[in-house]
Design a protein around this ligand. Structure first.
Ligand SMILES: NC(=O)c1ccc[n+]([C@@H]2O[C@H](COP(=O)([O-])OP(=O)(O)OC[C@H]3O[C@@H](n4cnc5c(N)ncnc54)[C@H](OP(=O)(O)O)[C@@H]3O)[C@@H](O)[C@H]2O)c1
Length: 269
């Protein structure tokens, strides 16, 4: 019988932003598929909470690793610590991030620089360190968590949208350069999923209502739905996929005119 191509048994994944939201859901999904997972976060308490919960299901296949993706040295230490602990890295998920909503007239150069340092340069720092390990091993898969704001504007998040758009360009560049090292690089174009990052912006707000009106499936996503797509990109099931942005957004980024869905927003599907 052929092996399940979505199986991650024996794979080692490092997940930045792994102690909450999409990153934590991805850690859970990877563990459920048999992977060992290093959960990266700046916050020791969040690491402790996330790892102790996951260890109940996955035992010693879970490790917490402190990381600040804006710091070259801390990124290098985190990748080294993961290799020391598990012996290899096969998958990197760049899920660290944050957002700021303000009109562009109120944004500063610092707002842009900090946003880029986390989302773009941070993803690059982690990708470069992890890809060296992958290239010396059996190759691997890098998954950058991009956003619908990588492909359409979602108003008043200019630095976030610019950084997430650049993450798509980074995804293509690294995919192109690192295919020869057997490292695939893809992005998830995540739609609106209420998490610590954006719950205050979209749940019960006018902005959230407008998002739903422009989402053909007329609901927010769930973190586990983004995590399922990450399993695909991490696994053999996607062995010929690289440089791709996979939308997991209920149709949001494909939706031009949203009027036809508006009447049933808020109703049970
Ligand atoms: N939720 C959505 O609707 C949505 C949609 C599209 C894209 N995304 C993207 O998905 C990713 C995950 O977001 P989320 O929704 O899961 O939000 P979240 O729960 O707030 O997770 C983001 C994590 O990033 C970590 N982080 C932030 N800055 C960091 C840094 N400098 N170094 C290391 N870790 C850092 C934070 O962890 P610590 O504070 O523990 O370090 C936080 O737990 C982000 O890149 C976000 O832009 C989210």
């Amino acid at each position: 019988m052929s092996k399940d191509s979505f199986d991650l048994t024996g794979r080692v994944a490092f997940i930045t932003g792994g102690a909450s939201g999409l990153g934590l859901a991805t850690a859970e999904a990877f563990c459920a598929r048999g992977a060992s997972v290093a959960i990266g976060s700046r916050d020791e308490e969040k690491i402790e909470a996330a790892t102790s919960d996951l260890r109940e299901r996955a035992g010693d296949r879970v490790e917490g690793v402190p990381i600040d993706v804006t710091d070259d040295a801390k990124v290098a230490l985190a990748i080294d610590a993961t290799v020391q602990r598990f012996g290899r890295i096969d998958v990197l998920v760049n899920s660290a991030g944050y957002t700021v909503r303000k009109p562009a007239f109120e944004m500063t150069g610092d707002d842009f620089n900090r946003m880029y340092d986390t989302h773009l340069t941070g993803s690059f720092r982690c990708a470069k360190c992890a890809a060296r390990v992958m290239a010396d091993g059996d190759g691997g898969s890098i998954i950058n968590v991009a956003s619908v704001s990588s492909v359409v504007d979602v108003i008043e998040v200019a630095p976030y949208a610019a950084a997430k758009s650049a993450v798509m360009a980074l995804t293509r560049s690294l995919a192109n350069e690192w295919a020869r090292h057997r490292v695939r690089v893809n992005a998830l174009i995540a739609g609106f999923v209420p998490t610590d990052l954006n719950r205050h912006l979209i749940v019960g707000t006018d902005r959230g209502r407008r998002v739903l009106e422009h989402t053909p499936m007329a609901r927010f996503g769930e973190a586990r739905e983004v995590a399922s797509a990450a399993v695909f990109l991490a696994s053999e099931a996607s062995s010929f996929v690289t440089g791709h942005g996979l939308a997991v957004d209920g149709g949001f980024s494909s939706c031009g005119v949203g009027d036809s869905v508006a009447p049933w927003v808020g109703e049970a599907p």
